[in-house]
Design a protein around this ligand. Sequence first.
Ligand SMILES: O=c1ccn([C@@H]2O[C@H](COP(=O)(O)O)[C@@H](O)[C@H]2O)c(=O)[nH]1
Length: 231
Amino acid sequence: MCDPRIIVALDFPDQVEALELARRLDRSLCRIKVGKELFTRAGPQLIEKLMRLDFEIFLDLKFHDIPNTAASACTAAAALGVWMINVHALGGKKMLLACRESLHQKNTKLIAVTLLTSLQREDLDEVGLFDTPAHIVQRLALLTQQCGLDGVVCSALEAAQLRSSGLIEEFLLVTPGIRLADSGYNDQARVATPRQAVQNGADYLVIGRPITRAAEPLKVLEKISREIYFV
Ligand SMILES: O=c1ccn([C@@H]2O[C@H](COP(=O)(O)O)[C@@H](O)[C@H]2O)c(=O)[nH]1
């Protein structure tokens, strides 16, 4: 199978809308991300339905809990046969190690969210993290790699710096906060265009509303795929 770099975030309140949109996409050009809202409403049956459409699934539940609970949740998520799952790196080293261990000999990729792409410097100050997003992302990415996970979620703005900071080449950088030159930020803060993201070294681009809210989602997906193909 080819390795499409675009992951379409299906943030919908019900599975009818989600499946309808998925059927309009081209599975050779994208994977699908199912997040908290859709999974809470539609559950594991939806994952099966999307996999029957031949999509690989990133189940984006961002587990963040004590090590035993987070690790058990990872085991349960991976048992659904999804391509990728995630946890929050701020859960700390013991949690990351327990989650990694819980997926021993499983094919599911495990990545960790560094700092949400909706956060900027002032938001970090408010929760007592007195440093730049770039520094915090860097520290959390190194910790995640040391714990043996497959990669991190970060913004594309941090990707170039991470790539030149000694992370192993195979370590995956998965970047949400992707915005087209003519689309608004919505609730995102640390954003980049698809082209900038790939130039900066992102492996996968998570794109929701710019595709799912477009009048012709497939056309936007095809356009972005062409834009990043030769970068
Ligand atoms: O740091 C993060 C982690 C996850 N996300 C998720 O990605 C998509 C982005 O959707 P857009 O509509 O393109 O903004 C969404 O599902 C988030 O939950 C993120 O944005 N940032």
